[in-house]
Design a protein. Sequence first.
Length: 350
Amino acid sequence: MNYFTVNKCGLYRQTSPKPQGLDLAETFEAITNWVRGKPLSDTLPWNANARSGKPKCYCKDIYTSEITGDILVVLWKSESSGSGNLLGAPEDAKTGEGNVVTQDAKFKGKKVIWGHPMYYWIVPSEELVVSIKFENSVCDSQLFQDWITEAVTNRVDHGNKKKEYTASGQTRLSFADGTVGGDFRYRYLFDVSLKTENTANAAMTALASNITHVIKRETITLKTADERAMWVKLFNTFPHLKPAPNSKTREIEIKAQARPTAAEVKKIIEGYARENRSPAEWDNVGFLTSDNKTIWVDRYRLTNSIAYDIPKDQIVTAVDLCEAIAKKRTNFLAPQIGGHAIVATTRTGT
């Protein structure tokens, strides 16, 4: 489990930071009404042709608890390849229905959308979003935010939604407040960020006091020599450091002396920590401490774990996962309420 703070959710005017309607509960109620009874293929909230190269994303399942008001959303990220076996979700199955199948060259049957599920637990009472990663699922918080934003903007029914056309023929969607003589225009925004340890936490304070350097790793694209930054070109003057003739990238590590405060450390962690960074991935940000240890920003995410038995190559329904969470809801909410990280690994059963 990775915890996210909800920075924005609702209808915003450009001149005001305060939302006017469509909070977390209202947003997901509207989305639930929109996807109810729809086949999977009809829950893509944007024009696929307008987002070429971007993964498609659908709503596989959604459930709201009448007791807690929590929402469990299962999105479906379409992928043509990826780690582990891809799963196929029937494209004509209605929201919350339809079994998945395992990718197989010999598979024949109904049309399916190949990909992986993404599980998100939304807690309106705490202004909180939690991503849940199992062995056969993926996490993509940016895609999740995009899907919610596009679904509300383009698809859900809302009494004050306005559709206008620009001089160039483009469609402009907005929301109005409906007041007589006012008719102020609003834009729907949905933004979340990973939660990290509180700056008052002893571990964060201790980390800040021991930092001697900030480290940034980045992969540089070497299309042409002229496109590279001057400081990168300086490496050409050193022996054995030139990239291979056909090399298109170079892995660079920058290490700068720094003594950031706890607040500055928290800001760096929040800006660069990720929920789904691969251990083998080069690009990262971290700190070098006085005892010569390297600590990467992902270590200070607020995390937790849930054990759930999942049949091999199957997925969890929204209602079942929501009910499993409800049994230990207080424990699962403790890290974000208390500001203390519980670093653990999510596991699945077989």
